[in-house]
Design a protein around this ligand. Structure first.
Ligand code: FVH
Length: 302
């Protein structure tokens, strides 16, 4: 019997399996395209011949496929569904909170324990101090799996019993990453147009990490308490800076898609009368009209 089975051996699943092996765990692996398991066999993993064989081999199944639909296609195969009872499924593919809750409901019907996770790390970081994995689901289930899952990430955070909350937080983080990736890339294009080295720009921005960390903590507190009226910087000043960035982009004859979008959001906030408020009062024009937009906060996870 293995300590753990890893199903899905893409870039991330392979890194997860390697981390379990490095931690001395007996690791069983399976992948639809069997050749991807060869490198792990060489590293000491046991390679199962079918998904059902892999599931039967261990009490804990770590699943890291492309998406939740792929995870479900494996779990709901009758040969797997029949033997999943009594095991713990740890589902790490990206997806939505709705998908995570639906899989948890399916697992409960089949008599399996279920945790859902979201990975904030590159495959090369897995197993190291910089890797972060958020896990959602029942506290007792998380506690029972902590010693094993600690092999994967220096930061293993239980975000609460609502099994949808790891995916919800991943979505929230992805919103930030999306702006970060596009914003950084736009900055690199400015550097190229000005004869500056994008690699040096990357180093410069990495040095600004404490400033961003402080800003994120502050924005979180300000938004949570809805107290936007003691600004360190205002919506109006940020709007002016970003509007200028559109002009700069036009002058340099580079694309202005990102600053045009960002300026339009801050302009909406100014037009709505929030110009004198803290820059993150832009939240007010992003909230939309959903009745769920401000559910009561459920506990704390940091
Ligand atoms: N790679 C990363 O840095 C990111 C970091 C953040 C989180 N993501 C998520 O992790 C999931 C897996 O990502 P990945 O990078 O390992 O993805 P791939 O290398 O594309 O491997 C995908 C594996 O899924 C298997 N697969 C897909 N569909 C099916 C299916 N219907 N039945 C069985 N297996 C399936 C695929 O198998 P194969 O193509 O090799 O046969 C791969 O093993 C993902 O959710 C990221 O968003 C990673």
């Amino acid at each position: 019997m293995g300590d753990v089975t890893v199903i899905g051996l893409g870039a991330m699943g392979t890194a997860l399996a390697r981390a379990f092996l490095s931690a001395g765990k007996t690791t069983v692996v399976w992948n639809r395209t069997s050749a991807k398991a060869d490198v792990l066999r060489d590293a000491g993993a046991e390679v199962a011949l079918s998904a059902a064989e892999a599931v039967a081999a261990s009490p804990v199944l770590v699943m890291c496929l492309s998406d939740c639909a792929a995870t479900r296609s494996i779990l709901e195969d009758e040969a797997v569904a029949e033997i999943v009872a009594g095991r713990l499924v740890v589902q790490l593919a990206s997806g939505t909170s709705r998908e995570a809750r639906a899989m948890a409901a399916w697992a409960a019907k089949r008599g399996a324990d279920f945790l859902d996770g979201a990975i904030s790390a590159w495959p090369s970081q897995i197993g190291g101090a910089d890797a972060a994995i958020l896990i959602a689901g029942p506290e007792t289930t998380f506690t029972s799996a902590t010693a094993l899952l600690k092999a994967l990430a220096g930061s293993l955070v239980h975000v609460g019993p609502d099994v949808g909350h790891a995916k919800a937080l991943f979505g929230a983080a992805l919103a930030y990453y999306a702006a970060h990736w596009i914003g950084f890339s736009h900055g690199a294009v400015i550097c190229e147009a000005e004869g500056l080295d994008p690699a040096r720009f990357g180093e410069l921005m990495a040095g600004s990490a404490p400033f961003f960390a402080d800003d994120m903590r502050r924005m979180g507190r300000v938004i949570a308490t809805n107290s936007f009226s003691a600004p360190e910087s205002t919506i109006a000043s940020v709007r002016a800076d970003i509007a200028r960035l559109v002009e700069v982009s036009d002058d340099l004859e580079i694309g202005a898609d990102f600053p045009t979008f960002a300026a339009s959001v801050f302009q909406r906030a100014v037009d709505a009368g929030y110009g004198a408020e803290e820059h993150c009062a832009v939240t007010k024009v992003l909230r939309g009209t959903s009745p769920h937009q401000r559910r009561p906060v459920q506990g704390s996870f940091v």
